[in-house]
Structure formats: structure tokens, C-alpha cells
Design a protein around this ligand. Structure first.
Ligand code: PEP
Length: 252
């Protein structure tokens, strides 16, 4: 039985005060959500304070990215996975499509980040997903398989327990256009097959695959009813405590 993960990606939104306010508002609203892991990813500068204020709660904190470098050093603007862990993050999002598109993230850098994060004991949420053009050209599966093979390159069995994948079709992110539950299920089942071929059917059965792309309180239940959808990575609708809590509490 795979425990779902509902993760909120706050992107480059919220001052420190706003981040704390939202996190504290969320805390009681999801306090009884034992059916899933609840994760929020504030900006770097808010991680420490938010994690401290959530200590003892069932909400865990994630970084939105980390460096490819494991050791500290002369890398202006970078933050290592161990620095994220040091300030209270337990998860890190890697390979988000905004980083791939705007900051030229490649499968090779994603792979290095995945390894760096695993070596520091973080759970990794690695994002994959095709653009609209790639989908319309019938290339969606090839693109996603390439991202999986590139990003997961060189991982061995003990690492896999801390890998979570997020399928986020680029055409559905921040657009209000969600993949239908059937479209998402089809790609999630494909991802699980690719993972089984790369690793083992046992590892694939245990793998959590989140869907991301305009997830809202009114579409989460349909998505979660699919057998291969194990949670959600939520952008816009995670910014308000009440809408994110409704997504977390999709079963009640
Ligand atoms: C995201 O940023 O990962 C995302 C899925 O955003 P949204 O929910 O706003 O589409």
C-alpha cells in the first residue's frame, strides 16, 4: 500500500511573514490527515522558520531545488541539499519544469541533484513532463522516458525508497487546464512500467507517482481515484491554506 503524498510548491511567492502565517493556518486544517504525507515547499529564506514553527506537526518542509554540488564551496547563489536538511527540510523538489525551461536545467543536472539530495538523506520529488507541442506530436512518452532515464541514472536499490516522481505535463501547470484523470493515469502507468524495467517490479510497486498541473479542490478526488496516482504536487492552489487543506483532505 503506497502512502499518498500531497505537496504544495509555493514557488517564488510569500514573504517570511506570509509563509509562516499560511503554514500556521494550514496546521490545524490538516492535523487529522493521516492518510497521506503533507509537504510544503516555501522559498529558501522561509524554510528554517516555517520548519521550526511546524515542528511536531504532520506537515513536512521541502526545498524547491538544491545544488548539484554536495560539498560547500565557491558556488555563488547555490544551496546544498545538506544545507536544506540543516534548516529543517526533509524533501526537495528537483527538475521542476520551470527550472528546466527558465534556468536550462538538463537531465544531467537533475541527475546530479537527485544524487546529492539522496546522499544527504532527503526525500526527492523529481518532476517529469512533456510540453504541449511534444504531446501533440505524439512524443509525450518518449520525452518522459528520457527524463526518467536521465534523472534516475546510476541509482541503486537502497536509493529508490526516497525517490518520489511527479508527472507534471507542462501544458497543465498554472494554466487551469488539468490532464483528465484518464490521461494522467495512462502516463503514470507508463512511468511505473519504465521504472519496473529500469529497476524491479517491487520497486515500481512501491514508487509514489504524484500528478501535478492545475490540481484544485474540485479535481483532486477524480485524480486520486486512479490506481497509479499516489498524490499531487500543487502549485497555485497550495498558496491558500484552505484550498490546500481541501486538497489534502480529499477523502473526507
Ligand atoms: C507546480 O508548480 O508544480 C504546479 C503543478 O502548479 P499549478 O498547480 O499551479 O499548475
Amino acid at each position: 500500500m503506497r502512502k499518498p503524498v500531497i505537496a504544495g510548491n509555493w514557488k517564488m511567492y510569500k514573504s517570511l511573514g506570509e509563509a509562516v502565517e499560511t503554514a500556521l493556518a494550514l496546521k490545524p486544517l490538516v492535523a487529522n490527515a493521516n492518510h497521506c504525507e503533507v509537504v510544503i515547499a516555501p522559498v529558501f529564506t522561509a524554510i528554517k522558520t516555517v520548519a521550526d514553527r511546524l515542528e511536531g506537526s504532520n506537515i513536512k518542509v521541502a526545498g524547491q531545488d538544491c545544488s548539484t554540488e554536495v560539498e560547500e564551496g565557491a558556488h555563488t547563489g547555490e544551496v546544498t541539499a545538506s544545507m536544506l536538511k540543516d534548516v529543517g527540510a526533509r524533501y526537495v523538489i528537483v527538475g521542476h519544469s520551470e527550472r528546466r525551461q527558465i534556468y536550462c536545467e538538463t537531465d544531467m543536472s537533475v541527475s546530479k541533484k537527485v544524487k546529492a539530495a539522496l546522499s544527504d538523506g532527503l526525500f526527492v520529488i523529481m518532476c517529469v513532463g512533456e510540453s504541449l507541442e511534444q504531446r501533440e506530436q505524439g512524443k509525450a512518452e518518449n520525452v518522459v522516458a528520457g527524463q526518467l532515464n536521465g534523472g534516475l541514472n546510476g541509482l541503486t536499490a537502497p536509493d529508490l525508497d526516497r525517490i518520489i516522481l511527479a508527472y507534471e505535463p507542462v501544458w497543465a501547470i498554472g494554466t487551469g487546464r488539468t490532464a483528465t484523470p484518464e490521461q494522467a493515469q495512462e502516463m503514470h502507468a507508463f512511468i511505473r512500467r519504465v521504472f519496473a524495467e529500469r529497476h524491479s517490479s517491487g520497486a515500481a510497486d512501491a514508487l509514489r507517482i504524484l500528478y501535478g498541473g492545475s490540481v484544485k479542490p474540485d479535481n483532486i478526488a477524480g485524480l486520486m481515484s486512479q490506481p497509479d496516482i499516489d498524490g499531487a504536487l500543487v502549485g497555485g492552489a497550495s498558496l491558500k491554506a484552505d484550498s490546500f487543506a481541501q486538497i489534502v483532505n480529499y477523502r473526507s
